[in-house]
Design a binder for this molecule. Structure first.
Ligand code: PEP
Ligand code: MN
Length: 260
């Protein structure tokens, strides 16, 4: 009957304050990550995101810095006092993720990798579980059950847009998923407006809608040089635009009895 709170360091996810996780799609260098971490922390982000193992549609696209990227995440996290979230793409990386990362992200493409989910159930790391772009909410919850029934109750759900007939946006943000999941479960619910819309100009309205709908947190892509980003530059906010959004999020959060 009570909401599950997921705490990592001094950050609590699922409580009254909305937790904003921000950072680049991909970790590109120690300097890039450090500059972005410094900026998003100054604005008010509580968690740093950054992909090191990237599940790219094309095998010819940048695949991530892999373990080197995880090392930078850990270094920058310690320097700036921000917990980090990063996506795992394979079971075999679990040990290195457990060592370098505070929250392990399961991406949309891996939501039904049941062997991975079972292993994550045996760890004590929080898991940010993204909804597959063709999965129902009950399938998402069954995937969460794979982690939780293994003994790890620290699961955060994340709506990141689903595939529909609409082509004007990268995906269609299922805003209804937020109140529906909040009603169906006790788990915290995040929204990723960056991958949902696929365009920087869409991040603000989708993020504000998510907060209005009751999201417990947001996962937002921020890059210091979106045009030069090695992945997802088109949907990345500059630190300045992120700060502008943050001010608007404060107002919407207050209107629904929350804070950021
Ligand atoms: C990401 O967050 O970097 C990512 C790849 O997201 P998704 O799994 O939602 O596509
Ligand atoms: Mn991305």
């Amino acid at each position: 009957p009570e909401d599950t709170l997921v705490s990592v360091g001094d950050v609590t996810i699922g409580a009254q304050p909305i937790v904003i996780a921000a950072g680049p799609c991909s970790v590109e260098s120690n300097e890039q990550l450090g500059a972005i971490a410094k900026a998003v922390k100054a604005t008010g982000a509580r968690v740093l995101r950054g992909g090191a193992f990237k599940p790219r549609t094309s095998p010819y696209s940048f695949q991530g810095l892999k373990t080197e990227g995880l090392v930078y995440l850990k270094e920058v996290a310690q320097e700036h006092g921000l917990p980090v979230v990063s996506e795992i793409t394979d079971l075999s990386y679990l040990e290195t993720f457990a060592e370098h990362v505070d929250i392990i992200q399961v991406g949309a493409r891996s939501m039904q990798n049941f062997e991975l989910l079972k292993e994550l159930g045996r760890t004590d790391k929080p898991v940010l579980l993204k909804r597959g772009f063709a999965n129902t909410l009950s399938e998402l919850l069954m995937s969460a059950e794979y982690v939780m029934s293994g003994g790890n109750g620290r699961v955060i759900l994340c709506e990141r847009g689903i595939r529909t007939f609409e082509t004007a946006t990268r995906n269609t943000l299922d805003v209804s998923a937020v109140p529906v999941l909040k009603r169906m479960t006790h788990l915290p619910v995040f929204v990723d407006p960056s991958h949902a819309g696929g365009a920087a100009w869409l991040v603000d309205p989708l993020a504000l809608a998510a907060v209005a709908a009751g999201a417990d947190g947001l996962l937002i892509e921020v890059h210091n040089d979106p045009a030069g980003a090695l992945s997802d530059g088109q949907q990345s906010l500059t630190p300045g635009r992120f700060a502008d959004l943050f001010a608007k999020l404060k107002a919407v959060a207050a209107a629904v009895g929350r804070s950021v």
